[in-house]
Design a protein around this ligand. Structure first.
Ligand code: GLN
Length: 278
């Protein structure tokens, strides 16, 4: 039987609710399959949906509801700072908190040529967004995972961003190539392995563990990055876990006693960004 747009959406909401999943996922996915905007969708609520679309949509909703597979893995994309990025199982799905990190950097950016290094770039969202928003900047990005860099390179190409990608462990490629960044930015893995059970299955089963977990109670990546940071760096901006403000500030202070370190809260009132002038 033919289903109208609002009936398809209602079906999804009920199904998702029954599986204790967020219901807004239904709307996002249906808009994706219909290739339409939210306003156009609601203006045409009583239009029939082609049965192939209903079938594909139901399959995807069922997959998400039953396994927790993120819809970004189904659509292969996520938007970040107003642009669409390709994602897959090899990269962390972009988070809105990281948009706030971008906002902080842009608000404080100088209108002059600067060299920026994004450490652990994943899908490339930070490096690519900064390269596009700060056309005078020279942007480098590193990642240990070659498959992640493949995605980041595709994103840079699609979006027309000029970023130099380098494979290797955190800051190592920057040091090896003798690059002297002014600004170092990173959203490194920061979850303690002991906290794995606190994560939703959508995160735990589908985000790459290399992107999520760090030893030493989640601090190992910060330690390694700070330890190997080149002397040229004047400003460091990290995304952090909401209970890591004090510990990461201290790590920076240990190496740079004179650094001016600020812990900045995200829109939910949680500590989320550390910004340090060295
Ligand atoms: N820099 C990427 C992001 O912010 C990847 C982060 C990560 O894999 N830990 O999404």
């Amino acid at each position: 039987m033919e289903m109208k747009q609002y009936e398809v959406l209602q079906w999804a909401s009920l199904f998702l609710e029954k599986h204790h999943r967020e219901t807004h996922v239904g709307e996002l996915l249906l808009l994706h399959y219909l290739g339409t905007s939210r306003s156009a969708f609601f203006a045409n609520m009583r239009e029939p949906v082609p049965s192939e679309i209903v079938n594909t949509f139901k399959q995807s909703i069922t997959l998400h509801a039953e396994t927790g597979m993120p819809i970004q893995h189904i659509t292969g994309a996520e938007s970040f700072y107003g642009r669409e990025f390709i994602v897959n199982k090899d990269v962390l799905i972009p988070r809105p908190e990281t948009e706030e990190l971008i906002e902080h950097i842009l608000q404080n950016a100088k209108d002059e040529p600067q060299t920026i290094a994004d450490i652990g770039t994943g899908s490339g969202i930070i490096a690519i967004t900064l390269a596009l928003e700060l056309p005078l900047a020279k942007v480098y990005a590193t990642d240990l995972s070659k498959s992640a860099l493949d995605i980041a390179k595709q994103n840079a190409k699609r979006l027309g961003a000029n970023v130099t990608f380098m494979q290797g462990d955190f800051v190592q490629p920057v040091v090896d190539k003798g690059i002297n960044p002014d600004i170092l930015v990173s959203n490194p893995p920061y979850i303690a392995p002991a906290d794995e059970s606190l994560l939703s299955d959508t995160v735990r089963k589908f985000d790459p563990h290399l992107a999520l977990f760090a030893d030493e109670n989640g601090l190992a990546a910060y330690k390694q990055i700070i330890h190997s940071m080149p002397p040229s760096v004047k400003k460091t901006v990290f995304e952090i876990g909401h209970e890591q403000g004090r510990a990461v500030s201290q790590l920076i202070k240990n190496k740079y006693p004179k650094a001016d370190v600020a812990v900045i809260k995200d829109i939910n009132g949680h500590d989320r960004i550390i910004s340090a002038n060295m």
